[in-house]
Design a protein around this ligand. Structure first.
Ligand code: HEC
Ligand code: HEC
Length: 254
């Protein structure tokens, strides 16, 4: 008798163990799904009160970033030539709010998606027709050098040629039309992605006269793909929270 019972009891224990394990997995799944739903329902820009929820989302976003964004923006998010640094508190588009980052990532920049950022392209002033979209006249290499002299002085760099600075200012605010996109004060316009020309943050090159000359003469049109079809709504939210967190960390004080 006893010899018969033992295998059956072992089998029952296995069954119970299996059901228990399934129940635990299901519970974990339900908790995770509820957290994800909570994250998606929330206003992206409202601070997340639940610290655990936020930590989990940012950690998941780090993985999404490594797999989809690091190839261009760098593993640490500091970017490179033509690819903006995402850790520097300086935003080309908008103010760095989570909802804005999410939109940029979903629809891209000059990505041929009508919902993507595509409001302005840097004209190629050294060519016969600088802009396909606007009536803008070309500038001669001398004109471009004058505009650079004006911007250098406005940035506080020493420039000896007063004539060049004055001519450059007139071109900036006049026939060059730079003010139209970069603003009358040359501090850029985050509503269209026109960079601030007076800070020391450069999207292209080191800010030396040669790379600035190239930006003005040949134009620029950075492209970032949209991720809407490739990343789920949840992953978009997670990666936006992660990107936001990169510039929330206070700078290390030595
Ligand atoms: C139609 C709008 C428009 C006009 C007009 C325009 N820009 Fe731009 N400019 C842009 C945009 C947009 C970018 C950023 C391009 C990108 O992200 O790839 C840019 C980029 C630049 C850059 C590169 C900045 C960096 O951080 O590397 C320089 C320099 C610049 N513009 C100078 C000028 C000057 C000088 C003029 C006038 C002669 C001018 N721009 C006129 C839209 C404009
Ligand atoms: C193929 C290269 C590429 C990939 C992949 C890429 N980006 Fe970008 N990203 C760019 C470029 C280039 C720009 C700047 C475009 C311009 O000149 O305006 C940009 C701009 C941005 C901006 C705007 C920054 C600002 O200052 O306003 C954000 C935010 C951003 N990327 C996040 C991401 C995230 C998150 C991912 C991954 C899901 C990603 N990017 C993947 C190339 C890329």
């Amino acid at each position: 008798m006893a010899a018969n019972l033992a295998p059956r009891a072992g089998w029952r224990a296995w069954m119970l163990g299996g059901v228990g394990l399934l129940a635990v997995l299901l519970a974990l799944y339900v908790v995770a799904a509820r957290r994800d739903a909570q994250l998606l329902r929330a206003d992206p820009d409202a601070p997340i009160a639940d610290a655990g929820l936020k930590r989990a989302a940012v950690a998941a976003g780090r993985g999404v970033f490594a797999a989809n964004c690091a190839s261009c923006h760098g593993a640490d998010g500091r970017g490179g030539r033509g690819v903006p640094n995402l850790t520097d508190h300086d935003w080309l588009y908008g103010t760095g709010a989570v909802g804005e980052i999410e939109q940029t990532v979903a629809y891209g920049i000059r990505s041929h998606d009508p919902k993507g950022w595509n409001l302005a392209v840097m004209p190629a002033y050294g060519t016969i027709k600088p802009s396909p979209a606007h009536q803008i006249d070309p500038l001669s290499p001398g004109d471009i050098a004058d505009v650079i002299a004006f911007l250098d002085r406005a940035r506080g760099q020493p420039v000896s040629d007063d004539g060049a600075v004055q001519r450059g200012q007139a071109i900036y605010a006049g026939r060059g039309g730079c003010y139209d996109c970069h603003g009358g004060d040359a501090r850029g316009d985050p509503a269209i992605g026109a960079p601030n020309l007076l800070d020391h943050v450069w999207l292209y090159g080191d800010g030396g006269d040669a790379s600035v000359f190239q930006s003005i003469a040949l134009g620029r049109r950075g492209v970032m793909p949209g991720f809407l079809g490739r990343l789920s709504a949840l992953k978009l939210r997670q990666v936006a929270l992660y990107v936001r967190s990169l510039s929330e960390t206070p700078k290390e004080t030595p």
